[in-house]
Write a new protein. Structure first.
Lengths: 199, 199
DNA sequence: ACCTGAACACCGTTCAAGT
DNA sequence: ACCTGAACACCGTTCAAGT
């Protein structure tokens, strides 16, 4: 949130903003410190033992947890993992990737890609909510499209009316499942599960 | 950028900050307007005709273009497409998805997922660059791990030394290619191309 | 309709000074 | 080592007043 300013935090804690600078470098540093311990408040779920299902379950758990604490998402955009209590999810994702036949390097890359999917959904879901709260807000897309654009942008014009419904119908679980299929590639299919995806 | 403040833009244009409020609702509105025309400055590339290759090519073009204009990425986080000149990329992605056998709804979802992958990479690549520019910045992960954590977080402890290299080695093209495989699912494999991914 | 100046209620950060 | 007050250089936005 924007509620996390140096001055506001200082007031909350009962000191001056300047006193904080003896404990943190700058605002970003303070923000990252505020994450300490937040993961501990969320109970660790039971996970399926099949590695592919486990991979999906942990990723969905991460998504669901962060969806309920949007300010954490903003702090995570600084690009560091500062809460040790959250690392078990990264461990599980990398571990499950390896158990599915990925190399270590591939598993780390897969973790990043899955994180990007989770993070992106959270950011734009939140943006949608914010815009929904303010109904007077100008909407640009797809309202800016007219029939004259049909030659250049046929699909977008055809889908213009349904666009917002389709966007709200975004299915995190299904999409992550598909992404995992892609990331596991041949490794996932020859591993025994032999899973195939429809749509 | 943070350079786009009401007051700074007003000074640049040669008026007062308040005059801007007769043309935009608020700062977000101004930011979205600044995007108008930016896409026109980028030449539209030639694209492969095979729909799956086309899907990857457009997505990579989008990524490459935005990587060179980071402030645009920040504005896009507001969640609207305000520059008509950029819509051809969305059109191409949705169109290629459909050409690969996805339904319209699936193609829109696939577009969102690919956008999340692109956006996430841009956000965290940028965060990494910022941290690299400031070498005194505290690093939390994976430096916070010790041998005592090996029981709980075996993979992370084992990978701690290589983590930053592995993170920098993130291969956008390869990962997007894998994600596309997953998103196309059976549709992509029975479509004739019959493509299989290794790792 | 369009612009203005002054004001309100904030920011992050620095710096010299205190204990 | 730790905290303070005052100050610097900013923010977005509102509002009554001007043309």
């Amino acid at each position: 949130m924007a509620a996390l300013s140096m001055r506001r935090v200082a007031k909350e804690v009962g000191t001056t903003p300047m006193a904080l600078y003896h404990h943190v470098r700058d605002k970003d540093d303070l923000l990252m410190l505020t994450l300490s311990g937040t993961a501990a408040t969320v109970p660790r779920p039971e996970l399926p033992s099949d590695p592919r299902e486990r991979l999906l379950a942990v990723t969905l758990h991460m998504h669901g947890t962060l969806a309920r604490m949007p300010w954490v998402v903003e702090v995570l955009s600084l690009g560091d993992l500062t809460d040790k209590g959250a690392l078990w999810m990264v461990e599980e994702i990398v571990g499950a990737g390896i158990a599915c036949g990925l190399t270590e390097a591939e598993a780390v890359r897969a973790y990043r890609t899955l994180w990007h999917c989770v993070y992106g959904d959270l950011v734009f879901r939140r943006a949608m909510e914010r815009r929904a709260e303010d109904p007077d807000r100008k909407r640009y897309f797809p309202g800016m499209l007219t029939d004259a654009d049909a030659a250049e942008l046929p699909h977008l014009v055809a889908l213009a009316d349904q666009w917002s419904e389709l966007t709200e119908d975004y299915d995190v679980s299904g999409q992550l499942s598909a992404v995992i299929d892609g990331l596991l590639g041949r490794a996932g299919r020859e591993g025994g599960a032999g899973r195939e995806r429809a749509g």
